[in-house]
Design a protein around this ligand. Structure first.
Ligand code: GTP
Ligand code: MG
Length: 185
């Protein structure tokens, strides 16, 4: 089954986005306290695609022994998982990317996986602020061909667009697999 991973800083809204995509409140545990998700969780949709809720990076107040396992766990997953087809990289639209955020994104790019930048919590800004911040974020990340989507759970923004992107990515992948199979036979 192809997999789609949801990654990003702690508290950015990863679990909330999954609940919203699936239209199922409480399927994934969310919290106003960062560090809620502490393991890699899988959810399957129609037996066709799996969504993967990853623990967030960048949160210091999680017990040391747990935090030390996170980095390697997430890195190994993103690096080695062959069924991983698309990474949704979530970023809070109110923030400006730090070195750590940039490193994380560069690191995704290095692994040669398709990624989409999802700017979350857009309901928290006015339209002008949203435009200005989006511009700043894209400048900071400095990635020309990275596709981005604005997202808001309470205002129901971005769900349809993201669904299209996801289904495109999966269909491309299925086509590639068919071509490969045809090649091999
Ligand atoms: P960790 O599991 O700790 O890495 O966090 P997470 O990225 O899974 O974040 P989570 O979904 O738990 O959400 C964190 C907080 O942000 C919660 O209080 C959510 O209600 C809030 N939140 C998530 N998405 C939105 C959004 O689109 N708009 C607003 N206003 N708040 C949001
Ligand atoms: Mg979470």
């Amino acid at each position: 089954m192809p997999e789609i991973a949801v990654a990003g800083r702690s508290n950015v809204g990863k679990s909330s986005l999954l609940n919203h995509l699936f239209q199922q409140k409480g399927m994934v545990k969310t919290s106003s306290t960062p560090g809620k998700t502490q393991a890699i969780n899988f959810f399957t949709l129609n037996d066709q695609v799996a969504f993967v809720d990853l623990p967030g990076y960048g949160f210091a107040k999680v017990p040391d022994n747990i935090r030390k396992q996170w980095g390697p766990m997430i890195q190994t997953y993103l690096q080695k998982r062959e069924t991983l087809k698309l990474i949704l990289f979530l970023f809070d639209v109110r923030r400006i990317p730090t070195g750590e955020d940039k490193e994380f994104l560069e690191w995704i790019a290095l692994n040669n996986k398709s990624a989409i930048l999802v700017l979350t919590k857009v309901d928290k800004l006015t339209k002008n602020e949203l435009n200005a911040n989006t511009k700043k974020i894209l400048e900071k990340f400095n990635t020309e061909n990275l596709h981005y989507v604005h997202y808001s759970v309470p205002k129901n923004v971005g769900r349809k667009e993201l669904m299209w992107i996801i289904s495109d990515a999966i269909n491309d992948e299925l086509k590639n697999d068919e071509l490969k199979e045809a090649d091999e036979s």
